[in-house]
Design a protein around this ligand. Sequence first.
Ligand code: R5P
Length: 296
Amino acid sequence: MNTLNDAVIVTGSASQLLAIRLARLLGVEVVPVSFKLFPDGELYIRFLSSLKERRVIIVQSTPPPQNSNLIELFFLINSALEQGAKEIIAVVPYLAYARQDKAFLPGEAVSGRYVCRMLKDCGADMVITVNVHNKRVFENVDIAFIDLNAMPLIADYFKKLPLKNPLVLAPDKGAVEEGTLVANLLNCPFAFLEKERNKYTGEIVTKEKDLDIEGRDIVVIDDIISTGGTMVNAVFMAVKQGARDVYVACVHPILVGDARLKILNAGAKDLIGTDSVPSDVSIISLAPLIASVLRS
Ligand code: R5P
């Protein structure tokens, strides 16, 4: 039996393109929704067709402006519940606040966990994320979740490029698992850097390391690029040590301000990401990956 027979897709405003791609792959209808802002800035949402007894797949990533994208997601989930949806699956490729998965300093709000609790409390039966920064945010939250890995899609992209003696580089220890996977898929060596972020100022320092990469093409992989500071340091070190071409790839290209320019200025040849966050570098679509898990 096709489990998607009674499914519909609802798209939040942050993920329209991804939602349409997903709907086309799955052959599932996209429910029209009216979104408006009241004069004082409050959000109005109205579903324009019935969700009764439907399996509702809500697609809404939560990049900046993350607070309004999250509120939209919570309203969509809770409204779908109140309108009689029989199951609600929240597809949230980029889960905002997942980097605040614990209190790094005494007294800090563990906001990543609160977001997951709110998804549950609003009525989501399942959450699907992609390379969530830390799965720990779901700990002690009684909700089913699947975290998909987009690294094979990123590896497929680089397999098509004529890379010379490639090496995959993780710009910090947090990206070791992802970088190792891409290196294995590209059948090439892997190295990682060590980075420290000042917990008060946010300043990033990457330790000098001899990478032995003269003449090689380098692929620097991370889950998120936000300000670009982490990537700039890695690209700069690779270029300084004689790399041939340096490519930068991530799943979630948040790219705050001039992050893209800074990375390219540091010497990167290209920068690519996925449609988890829509942008002009989002050239890899997550739709086939998400579709395959929804089909199963
Ligand atoms: C954190 O460790 C993440 O994996 C990224 O490395 C980080 O969020 C990137 O942030 P930024 O671009 O601001 O350096």
